[in-house]
Design a binder for this molecule. Structure first.
Ligand SMILES: Nc1ncnc2c1ncn2[C@@H]1O[C@H](COP(=O)(O)OP(=O)(O)OP(=O)(O)O)[C@@H](O)[C@H]1O
Ligand SMILES: [Mg+2]
Length: 213
C-alpha cells in the first residue's frame, strides 16, 4: 500500500489538534498503520529545537534555519521511513506553517524559505519536493481563535503575538492554499466541532480516502 502524508495547518487555536485523534481512528479502522507526529518536533533533536523556537526570541533567519533543521531530522528519521512502509503520516503542521509564520507573519524572505525547502525536501536524484498528499487547512478568524484559546493554556512565543500577526499568518496560509489548490482543503473552522468533522470526512471521501465502507 502506498503511504499517505496528511498535514493539518492553520493559525494557533484553529482546531488542528482537536481533530487528530479522530483522523487517526478513522485510518486505523481501515486497517492502516498510522504515524502521528508534529512540527516543529517529532524526533528528540527536533523536539529540542522546538523548545528553543517556541520559547526564545531570535532573528527570523535563525528561526527559519532551526525550523528547517528540525524538519530535516524529522523527514529522514520519521516521515520518509513511515511513508516507505506504506503508513499514513498525520502531521500537525509542516512547511506551509513556515511560510505562514516565519514568512508572512514575521516578514522573512519567502525566496530564502523556498531555497531551504528545496534543500530539505528535495529528492537527491531529481529535486522533486517531498510535499503532503493532502493538507487540511483550518481557516478561522484570528479573533475567534483568540477567543477559543483564552484560558485554554499558557501562550507560547507565537500565541502571545497580537491579532495583527495572526492576520498576516492567515493571509500567508491563504496564499499557500491558492498556490497549491489541489493539495489544500479549506475547512471552515468557525463551525461547530461536528460540522468541522463532517467537512473533513467529505474532503477525504472526495479523494477516495474513506475506505470501502
Ligand atoms: N469547532 C470548534 N468549536 C469550538 N471550540 C473548538 C472547536 N474546535 C476546537 N475548539 C477549541 O478551541 C481550542 C483550540 O483548539 P486546538 O487546540 O485544536 O487548536 P490548534 O489548531 O491545535 O491550536 P495550536 O496551533 O495552538 O496547537 C481548544 O480549546 C479546543 O477545545
Ligand atoms: Mg495544536
Amino acid at each position: 500500500m502506498k503511504g499517505l502524508f496528511l498535514t493539518l495547518e492553520g493559525i494557533d487555536g484553529a482546531g488542528k489538534s482537536s481533530h487528530i485523534d479522530a483522523l487517526e481512528a478513522l485510518f486505523k479502522a481501515q486497517g492502516r498503520q498510522v504515524t502521528r507526529t508534529r512540527e516543529p518536533g517529532g524526533t528528540p533533536i527536533a523536539e529540542t529545537l522546538r523548545t528553543m523556537i517556541l520559547t526564545q526570541p531570535m532573528d527570523p533567519l535563525t528561526e527559519s534555519l532551526l525550523v528547517f533543521a528540525a524538519r530535516r531530522d524529522h523527514i529522514v528519521r520519521v516521515i520518509e521511513p513511515a511513508l516507505a512502509r506504506g503508513e499514513v503520516v498525520l502531521c500537525d503542521r509542516f512547511t506551509d506553517a513556515t511560510f505562514a509564520y516565519q514568512g508572512a507573519g514575521r516578514g522573512f524572505d519567502a525566496a530564502v524559505l523556498s531555497t531551504l525547502e528545496q534543500w530539505v525536501q528535495g529528492r537527491p536524484d531529481d529535486g522533486a519536493l517531498l510535499q503532503p498528499d493532502i493538507t487540511l487547512w483550518f481557516d478561522l478568524s484570528p479573533e475567534l481563535a483568540a477567543e477559543r484559546l483564552a484560558g485554554a493554556r499558557l501562550p507560547d512565543k507565537f500565541e502571545s503575538q497580537p491579532v495583527e500577526f495572526f492576520r498576516r499568518v492567515a493571509a500567508g496560509y491563504a496564499q499557500r492554499a491558492a498556490a497549491a489548490a489541489t493539495r489544500f482543503v479549506r475547512i471552515d473552522a468557525g463551525q461547530s466541532r461536528d460540522q468541522v468533522w463532517q467537512q473533513i470526512e467529505a474532503a477525504l471521501a472526495a479523494r477516495g480516502l474513506m475506505g470501502s465502507r
